[in-house]
Design a protein around this ligand. Structure first.
Ligand code: SAM
Length: 272
């Protein structure tokens, strides 16, 4: 393979999940881009290897790293990207480097492996035939209200990341948005000593005092085959507007969710 940018997955907790091919690629790479050189250095040390060169790649530095990465690839060298845990590019740095390299003749490849989202959805017991990864919800305001409304109307299983100090608030907000009966699977500390999976419904999910890292897997919205009346549509519009959307955005949102024409729905907002 020509000069390659490698996205290399690393363990999300259990060091036994570090794969031989990940080690081969990391040892051979001319530059290893990582969020924290100390943390990645220790991981490599644990595996008995050392990176040739390292560079810090985080949300602040990733953009400025592009020229350096392209320079290494232009010189025929390989570059590896790792994050602190899991798969780079999944709620972690990596995407911007990939976007820059796909514009060049150089190759982009991966050593696939652990990702909390994939592990959580596959052990959830919920529908895995179609699912949506929605990362972290915005912390507040209209953006959060809109994303909660999206999760509430999403027919596919939704996977969300959450930090421990926000876990209870997010569960409460999800219960309010989706209703108390929707199934949620709360996964915590995956692959670690205190791994835990709690299955329940949003209204009665008891996760105790939040500790560790969480992934929430939420059942898709129930399919309702009953045709929607104008009153139903008006209620959906009122709900969307109450969540902070403008009439125009609410109409677009309801049209998307119901498959109706945007223009017909906008007419209904005139009565809201
Ligand atoms: N790139 C990573 C991946 O592929 O899973 C995700 C990085 S993101 C910055 C960190 C979030 O992932 C955490 O807040 C948590 O929601 C989730 N996460 C990471 N490791 C986890 C674990 N062992 N158990 C549960 N959730 C985890």
């Amino acid at each position: 393979m020509s000069a390659t940018l490698w996205l290399v997955a690393t363990p999300i907790g259990n060091l036994g999940d570090l794969q031989p091919r990940a080690l081969e690629v990391l040892a051979a790479a001319d530059l290893v881009c990582c969020e924290d050189t100390r943390r990645t250095g220790l991981l490599l040390h644990h595996a008995g290897i050392k990176a040739k060169r390292m560079a810090v790649c985080n949300e602040h530095t990733e953009h400025d790293l592009i020229d350096r990465v392209l320079g290494v690839l232009d010189g025929g060298g390989d570059v590896a990207v790792v994050s602190d845990a899991g798969t780079p590019g999944v709620s972690d740095p990596g995407e911007r480097l990939v976007r820059a390299v796909v514009e060049t003749p150089h190759a982009v490849s991966a050593v696939p492996g652990p990702s909390a989202a994939i592990m959580a959805v596959t052990i959830s017991g919920l529908d895995t035939s179609r699912f949506v990864f929605d990362g972290f919800l915005p912390r507040k305001g209209r953006e959060r209200a809109e994303r909660l409304a999206d999760v509430a109307s999403e027919r596919r299983t939704t996977v969300l990341y959450e930090a421990p100090h926000r876990a209870l608030k997010t569960l409460a907000d999800l219960a309010e948005a989706c209703g108390p009966d929707r199934t949620v699977v709360v996964t915590r500390e995956l692959t670690k000593l205190h791994e835990e999976v709690v299955r329940g419904c949003l209204g009665a999910s008891d996760i105790g005092a939040p500790r560790g890292e969480y992934v929430f897997v939420i059942e898709g919205a129930p399919v309702d085959d009953t045709p929607l009346t104008d009153d139903d549509l008006q209620s959906l519009l009122t709900e969307a507007i109450a969540s902070g959307m403008s009439k125009r955005d609410a109409a677009a949102h309801v049209a998307k969710e119901t498959g109706r024409s945007k223009r017909d729905i906008y007419q209904l907002t005139l009565g809201v």
